[in-house]
Ligand binder design. Structure first.
Ligand SMILES: [Zn+2]
Length: 292
């Protein structure tokens, strides 16, 4: 019985001690844990942040994160050199791209234009929604070893999650007016998104992707329209995690952009091209018919 108050006292003391320890821990954390956490999370970022320099470029992507293992071990990787294709009667690929509001973002790796729902292509009777398009300089795909000044990738996704990317090769030549709305608002800082005043309610930009494909600025303004001749093969994302099962469609006819347009892009983003990957027995097909 006499022990009871003592027990209570001990318990309270215990509580007080525990409470003080907790408070001390919290204080210590505020003063030191924060620093430690910051350092460790920063080193995590440094460990996993991929790029195009020697320390974080395509040659070491797989070493930056276990999730990037396909970048080294994948057998169906992109881009590739488009050489010795097998001529085939490939079906036309209808595209229905609508003029709509879009935001232009500097991701640090590229300039990317995000597209709201409503634009699509059809490949093998499957519909793929246009998610975004972005640019590489120089091109990622080469044609018989020849690189182009730039390449645009139009990334689409089907309902079951399969990706189809349309590659558009770009060479130096005439000014491409259809890119002016984007080029006049290129976001220069990584993470920056350009919003255009007085265009749409949400402040984003109206551009019409249909006009970008025309090599000679002649727009066949019918919806849906069809791409011209194209290469076709199965590959991967050209950036980490280098996921495979991507349907690649690279148009055979390059478009032109002016030296000034190409230079304006390269002043912000340059050398963001993964080198070509081995074909490893995959089939590379190309239309055998002439463009309509
Ligand atoms: Zn790309």
């Amino acid at each position: 019985m006499n022990n009871y108050p003592k027990l209570i006292a001990e318990c309270s003391l215990h509580h007080i001690t525990k409470a003080s320890i907790s408070v001390m821990c919290v204080l210590m954390c505020i003063t030191s844990c924060g620093k430690t956490q910051r350092v460790s999370s920063q080193s995590d970022i440094e460990k996993t942040e991929w790029g195009y320099e020697a320390k974080n470029g395509p040659q070491v992507w797989a070493q930056l994160s276990p999730e990037y293992f396909l970048c080294a071990e994948g057998r169906h990787q992109s881009p590739i050199d488009l050489v010795n294709p097998t001529p085939t009667k490939l079906p036309p690929i209808p595209y229905n791209y609508r003029p709509t509001s879009m935001n232009i973002r500097n991701t640090g790796h590229t300039i990317e234009v995000a597209c709201p729902e409503g634009s699509w292509i059809e490949v093998d009777s499957t519909r793929y929604q246009l998610l975004q398009f972005h640019f590489h300089a120089p091109s990622e795909h080469t044609v018989a070893g020849k690189p182009f000044d730039m390449e645009a990738h139009f990334v689409h996704k089907s309902e079951d999650g399969t990706l189809a990317v349309v590659g558009l090769l770009i060479e130096s030549g005439r000014h491409k007016f259809e890119f002016d709305p984007i080029w006049s608002h290129l976001p220069t800082a990584p993470g920056e998104t350009q919003r255009i005043e007085n265009v749409t309610e949400d402040g984003s930009l109206i551009i019409d992707p249909r006009f970008m494909f025309s090599p000679n600025d002649q727009v066949r303004d019918v919806a849906p329209s069809r791409f011209g001749n194209y290469y076709r093969y199965e590959g991967s994302l050209t950036t980490p995690p280098c996921s495979e099962g991507v349907q690649w469609i690279v148009l055979t006819t390059p478009i032109e952009m002016s030296e000034a347009q190409i230079a304006a892009f390269k002043a912000i983003i340059h050398d963001n091209n993964r080198p070509v990957q081995p074909l490893n027995g995959r089939k590379l097909l190309v239309n055998s018919t002439k463009d309509e």
